[in-house]
Design a protein around this ligand. Structure first.
Ligand code: NAI
Ligand code: ISE
Length: 334
């Protein structure tokens, strides 16, 4: 039987997920959707043959909903996820799990009290082929220990609503989650350096930024976030090991020889860059949910990301290095 899914939030990524659940993936069907913009929810419900529910609460508690996908804006995530846990329903929540570490901790506590893992966070990079290849190589330890990671997260442009802290909470949050998973280490400190600003930024956004994380074993990670880079969506990850340097494969496009130039397209849309990762992530979530398990990044991972993001934001604000202290992972999540 298909997993009957309810989707809360029918904006950009909500529509993407409804589309993939309804037209691309197997074993699930979107039964109901909701949004604070009821007209939008109604339109998406109609387009995909689902019903519209008026509130997140009524959607979560509807008897014909087996599992919930939360794709509303960040500040609404904590409430929806807590309501899903209270209803005993599995919930896939887009990042961030909650906008504060305290909010994530509330979810961790509620889930532990419920006695069953129900929450998965939409950190889709763990499902991307390029990162998975790197992870496999790191696990084989074929090139010795990793010593340094150099990463870029570049977007062509952002609008005026995007500010300095969002470079951490909206953008680098993906690296924050997937890099410690990649090298199987915990973060220790966070620091942010601001280079010369691009003329394409605005007064509330320092762009670009260089975020520096260290891990408990001493690995140094630099993440360049440059969200007005103009030329494309450019995600890179290079790992310098004791006996070799491993660089993540990039999406491939044909090389073109024309008019005395050799050229190659670059991706410029994050949705397209990670489309396969989103599909795999959601398909595995459907399969695992039907088995009653959570295999993907869970509430504890959402909490670790939030604590790390908080430290980076503090580092942005103070110019100082901040210690990242998450405490020990509860046995419940091991
Ligand atoms: P969006 O602004 O396009 O859509 C958000 C939708 O949520 C809007 O339709 C809004 O009306 C609705 N909404 C807000 N509060 C609500 C509430 N209390 N109940 C129901 N609906 C509510 O934003 P977008 O880009 O779709 O992002 C949504 C979430 O997904 C964000 O947390 C964002 O960080 C995350 N995201 C994750 C991505 C990923 O790569 N994993 C990519 C893009 C977004
Ligand atoms: C966006 O919010 C996302 O979550 C995308 O995955 C990310 O890569 C993009 O840069 C963000 O703006």
């Amino acid at each position: 039987m298909d997993l009957r899914v309810g989707v809360i939030g029918t904006g950009a990524i909500g529509q993407e997920h409804v589309h993939r659940l309804q037209t691309k993936l197997a074993g699930a069907k979107v039964t109901a959707v909701t949004d604070i913009d009821l007209e939008r929810a109604e339109r998406i419900a109609k387009k995909y043959g689902a019903r519209m529910e008026k509130t997140g609460y009524s959607l979560i508690n509807a008897p014909d909903i087996d599992a919930v996908v939360v794709t509303s804006w960040g500040p609404a995530h904590e409430k929806a996820v807590l309501e899903a846990i209270a209803a005993g329903k599995p919930v896939f929540c887009e990042k961030p799990l909650a906008t504060t570490a305290e909010g994530c901790k509330n979810i961790v506590k509620a889930e532990i009290a419920a006695g069953k893992q129900l929450v998965q966070v939409g950190f889709m990079r763990r499902y991307d082929k390029g990162y998975k290849q790197l992870k496999e190589l790191m696990e084989q330890k074929a090139y010795g220990e990793p010593l340094m990671l150099r990463c870029t997260h570049r977007n062509p442009a952002v609008d005026e609503s995007y500010d300095t802290s969002m470079a951490v909470t909206d953008t680098a949050i993906h690296e924050i989650d997937c890099l410690h998973w990649l090298i199987d280490d915990d973060y220790a400190t966070a620091q942010v350096v601001f280079p010369k600003e691009t003329k394409y930024t605005h007064s509330r956004l320092k762009d670009p930024q260089l975020m520096i994380l260290t891990t408990k074993s001493g690995i140094n990670i630099t993440i360049e976030v440059f969200v007005n880079c103009q030329f494309g969506y450019d995600i890179q990850c290079e790992i310098v090991c004791e006996e070799g340097v491993v660089k993540m494969a990039e999406p491939s496009f044909p090389t073109i020889r024309s008019k005395e130039k050799l050229s190659q397209k670059l991706e410029n849309d994050w949705k397209k860059r990670f489309i396969d990762a989103y599909d795999v992530e959601m398909q595995e979530w459907i399969n695992d949910t039907k088995k009653g398990i959570v295999n993907g990044p869970g509430a504890w991972d959402g909490y670790v990301a939030a604590v790390t993001a908080d430290a980076l934001v503090k580092a942005q604000e103070t110019g100082k290095a901040w210690v990242i202290e998450t405490g020990n992972c509860p046995d419940f999540y091991k």
